[in-house]
Design a protein around this ligand. Structure first.
Ligand code: ZN
Ligand code: ZN
Length: 192
């Protein structure tokens, strides 16, 4: 939806519902669910306030399953006429979000795209306590709890084991560290 700035009435413009937005997003899988905006002029600026809600397909970063994510965004954007080259724009601290319009045209679709992009999670999760994939068997632990033993190797224990293997292979006439590592504890005790 494109709004002509010069045609915004003095009392402002209300945009309710999604009927005027047949395809607001670049990705057709994104769905605009609801929209309520007020568009008002402030001198040559245009203020757009309200809220929107969109349903966006996401992939969980832990279990890799697709899930729908709802972006609920509060819109509060000030549009200034795009400044001519070299011209400076003064921004006041309470102008949280400032954008520009050009040629008397305000692209509301682009606003919705930007707000939705900002509302998407950096690390999507299908649910806050998603248990993710098992690093051993690759199963989705939300669906099938497996009994794989997941224990990060302790570097101190690994060093001790290496030392023990080396000591145990020392008396062997032809033993080397590589061979010793494969030795079973029973073999080690019998060689003593
Ligand atoms: Zn997940
Ligand atoms: Zn597993």
């Amino acid at each position: 939806m494109i709004v002509k700035v010069s045609e915004i009435p003095e009392e402002g413009l209300s945009i309710e519902g999604v009927a005027e937005f047949p395809r607001p997003f670049a990705d057709p899988a994104w769905i605009l669910e609801s929209l309520s905006l007020r568009v008002e002029k402030d001198g040559s600026d245009v203020l757009v306030r309200g809220q929107m809600r969109a349903r966006i397909p996401q992939t969980c970063s832990r279990c890799l399953e697709p899930f729908p994510f709802d972006v609920v965004a509060r819109v509060d954007t000030r549009y200034c006429p795009r400044p001519a080259r070299g011209e400076e724009v003064e921004l006041t601290p309470d102008d949280l979000e400032v954008d520009f319009y050009a040629d008397d045209l305000l692209d509301v679709d682009r606003l919705l795209q930007t707000e939705t992009d900002l509302g998407l999670p950096m690390k999507p999760l299908c649910r806050p306590d998603c248990r993710g994939l098992c690093p051993v068997c690759g199963g989705n632990r939300n669906v099938t709890p497996c009994s794989c033993e997941v224990r990060p190797p302790d570097p101190r224990l690994a060093a001790l084991k290496e030392l023990a293997d080396r000591l145990s292979t020392r008396p062997s006439p032809r033993g080397g560290p590589a061979e010793g590592q494969d030795r079973r504890p029973s073999a080690r005790t019998s060689s003593r």
